[in-house]
Design a binder for this molecule. Sequence first.
Ligand code: AGP
Length: 619
Amino acid sequence: MCGIVGYVGKRPCRDLLIAGLEKLEYRGYDSAGIALLDDGHIETVRAVGNLANLRAAVGLDADGEGSVAVAAPPAQIGLAHTRWATHGQVTEENAHPHNDCTDTVHIVLNGIVENHSELRAELGAEGHHFSSETDAEIVAHLIERHYDGDFPAAVRAAFAEMRGHYAFVAMHAAHPDMLVAARQECPLVVGLGEGETFVASAIPAFLAHTRRVQYVANGEVITITPDGATFTDAAGAVVEREPEEVDWSEDEAEKGGYETFMLKEIHEQADAVAETITDRLPELDRVDLSELGLDPELPRRLRRIVIVACGTSYHAGLVGRYAIEQWARVPVEMDIASEFRYRNPVIGPEDLVIAITQSGETADTLAAMRLARERGATVMALTNVMGSQATREAHAVLFTRAGLEIGVAATKTFTSQVAAMYLLGLWLAHERGAFSPASVRHVIAELKALPHQIQVTIPAVNDRVREIAERVHRGRFFLYLGRNIGLPVCLEGALKMKEISYIPSDAYAAGEMKHGPIALLDSSTPVVCVATDSPVLDKILSNVAEVRARGADVIAVATEGNERVAEVADETIFVARTDWVLQPIVAILPLQLLAYHVARLLGLNVDQPRNLAKTVTVE
Ligand code: AGP
């Protein structure tokens, strides 16, 4: 999740744009850049690392003061960008802004262009030269391809050829009074000033200058001038857009208008999953994981998969195990990294070890990777951070694309890890011929629908979950019950509750209840049951009846439309319907929210819970 800022107006804008990037630092980044247009010439400066490096590169010192030697350039139109790398290493060449062959069109983009490889091939065949590995650069060349003097029309034509999950802003050397931008899923907002206009991926970028905003809707192309913005649909028809006044405090702004980072990140899950899967599903009948660079024979010859991880990442691995075994019929072993590294595991060249770690820096997981490598296994890392240690320990890396996660309690990195494990399971199933083409197509269609289902489920259940939290937040102990692929969801729900509300919580395989834990139950025990549709639903329903018979207060998570669960539970929260193996990605949402609201009702700091660090680099 990159940060975008654009400005056109009457003030020299270099410092404005860099200050805007500073307000987007919370989005996380590994490099940044700026492009300024003055007197028909565009000057671009890019830098790897944090903004201090960009400041230094443009002649600003650490405090943003210009060194006497370098006056602020007069440019009154420009673009700036913070990059969270997804395509192409963390290098200066891959930092934005990117330009076309003639250095005339410059663009900044946030998101993923799904069909970038085929467009790059086409443009290359037409003689375009590329200077970066990024998917984003093709936008500048597409605009160049269509430009005949009408800049907005060229951007609309480029936009029509692109597919994916993105928003971009373009600048043209021949048009010093306008920027043109477009949105497909990723956020974009306009800031209206006096004789100046901003465009950005988030309001904090320009909140210091104006509170009058216009939200850009999906599929819209906007032309931004000092006097404001013209909104058009993809065909060029003008669309009216009422300006709105935002009354956020600086702190709220940094959280995107949400009260905490955790709540903001819960609401970013649809984007995180979409960006994680988008361009790995280029067609409807196959998964493209060529980025792994693994031996093409490996999927067919591998004997076993071993997943190692800690905490929430371990739970994502557990969901992945069910999917891989269900679809690809490869045996999958799970291990907590801190146990794996000291149990002298039987591991060898026929094994694929998948290490899941959002930060890429967790000491136990890194040590487990090294041990597996020493013993000849192929080691793959599933991580959210490009350039992290895990990427250096692994033979192959699959990146989730959740963007920076600030809240200590992992949320969007969990759902994007689960989405990545689904991609891996489906890819292995396809490569091993273990899954019929029709089944592969079915699951791909369901996967592509997931971001929307996450988007609709969160607001649909939030108020209901808060009401339930008001009733149960004084609970002394929470029990989570699930079966099969619902069990890892319970383990993750219980971990969230423990982490941020400090209430003892346990998750159990429902079939195990009668072998002991049922003794814990009484009328004061909230029991959260994950009872989404699956081959074991009847079993879980009888377990629900068992615990209700002991007076427990049962809160069930069910698949929309399945009233049978509501008949046996005290409270039922319905989530969007999808393939039963994919249900965990929506079933976890009400559990994240339950822990969140319980902790908030107890007045606790959910972003920085006691005794916890976001990344555990100690053993
Ligand atoms: C989850 O909310 C916690 N922050 C913690 O359990 C975390 O998942 C664990 O420390 C693993 O971190 P990693 O994914 O960065 O390796």
